[in-house]
Design a binder for this molecule. Sequence first.
Ligand SMILES: Cc1cc2nc3c(=O)[nH]c(=O)nc-3n(C[C@H](O)[C@H](O)[C@H](O)COP(=O)(O)OP(=O)(O)OC[C@H]3O[C@@H](n4cnc5c(N)ncnc54)[C@H](O)[C@@H]3O)c2cc1C
Length: 421
Amino acid sequence: MAKPRALIIGGSVGGLFAAHLLGSIGWDVDVFERVNEDLASRGAGIGTHPALREIMRRLGLSIDNSIVVVTPSYFCRDRTGRLILELPTPRMMSAWAPLYRGLRDNLRSARYHRGKDCVEVRSSADGVTAVFADGSQVMGDLLVAADGIRSTVRSQFLPDVKPDYAGYVAWRALVPERDVAPATRAVLKREYLFCVPEGELALCYVVPARDGDTRVGHRDYNLVWYRPAEEVALADLCTDAQGRRHGGSIPPPLIRPEIIADIRERACADLAPPLADTVLRTEQPFFQAIHDLASPRMVFGRVAVLGDAAFVARPHVGAGVTKAALDALCLAEVIAAAGGDLDTALARYDRERCRFGEWIVGRGRDLGASIGVRAKAEGHVTQDELDRRSAAVVGGYAANAEELARLTIDGSPPAGVACQA
Ligand SMILES: Cc1cc2nc3c(=O)[nH]c(=O)nc-3n(C[C@H](O)[C@H](O)[C@H](O)COP(=O)(O)OP(=O)(O)OC[C@H]3O[C@@H](n4cnc5c(N)ncnc54)[C@H](O)[C@@H]3O)c2cc1C
């Protein structure tokens, strides 16, 4: 009997997990990625969790010490560098490149097609057809939409479901550790460091270098600084020196020099010295607008939506890769368990993963809730109160890390956690 065939749209981490896992249950798999280039150079630090490490282990791709950097505690300092809090919170940070490379280079059970832009999906009684921008068409028994937050496939089935701007951006800096001041290195080599200016949140931690190097002296510092920006302010941030508007994002080299100068000045005024130093030393600060995305459904006939195409939690949660892996594992497991009844399997996938998606998007909203809230608007606030607020924000991050450490590969929200679904 011919193997059932899966068409996977999107060849990033979500698509690759689905390809591995559907391949492992005997499906014939094709992955179609819009981008022609290698995706290994995308992204920076990726927080790993036991569930992600377990799924990678099942695929024969261990996340071992050669591709992670471990930090033992969260620290919080104010803008003078004064220590407010230390919370033991072990984190294992890896990097995009080694994770993606491991998944991509070891994909033996599937064909990977680059430069294939899916523009339409057609369902019929016999299966599902993907139509590409180059005019080609491919037919399969199941189509997995792993095409990210701006998913073409999801938009076809849920045209009204769109990413919802959270009202703030994340400024980013990725700096080789050898490029920062010795005093900065002395702190950041051991501290996963937070600073909580009013209505904002900055954190910085050591990650493997872009090429995956984890040797001391060869790694990077990854800074993320959340700052409020109303829609009008975001439009201005995304306008280049020639006055051209770029929508909701702008290529980093086109960010106007005065905006970069302002962010460096603000960093010196508002951030703990090691964080300010990383902003000053990075060649090219850049920013990303932060969005929530929650889909009411993940299955449309023989189409299953997966990863960021279905749900995006704000990056505070730091588990988008883990979520995509859990979606893919659930999909493969429910199909294997249904003994050929694909409709029943997909209904179960829809139920289980929507529940998880709702939960994790809610977590992201909770963790970002303080951004844009300015204590000074409430009148005089004491230093103690400001310290308490900083400690509460970092405590929320620590609780999130602890919850994610309890996440098991059955993919339910951690036990004892309220779920909105
Ligand atoms: C600031 C920031 C920090 C983050 N930190 C972490 C972290 O620490 N840990 C973590 O786990 N996650 C983190 N994430 C999230 C993580 O990067 C994503 O959740 C993850 O990449 C989702 O994978 P995906 O495959 O679903 O989607 P994507 O990685 O977005 O991939 C979608 C793919 O589909 C392709 N595509 C799109 N449209 C089409 C089409 N029509 N036809 C064919 N192909 C198409 C795209 O080119 C792309 O390759 C972070 C994200 C941000 C923004």
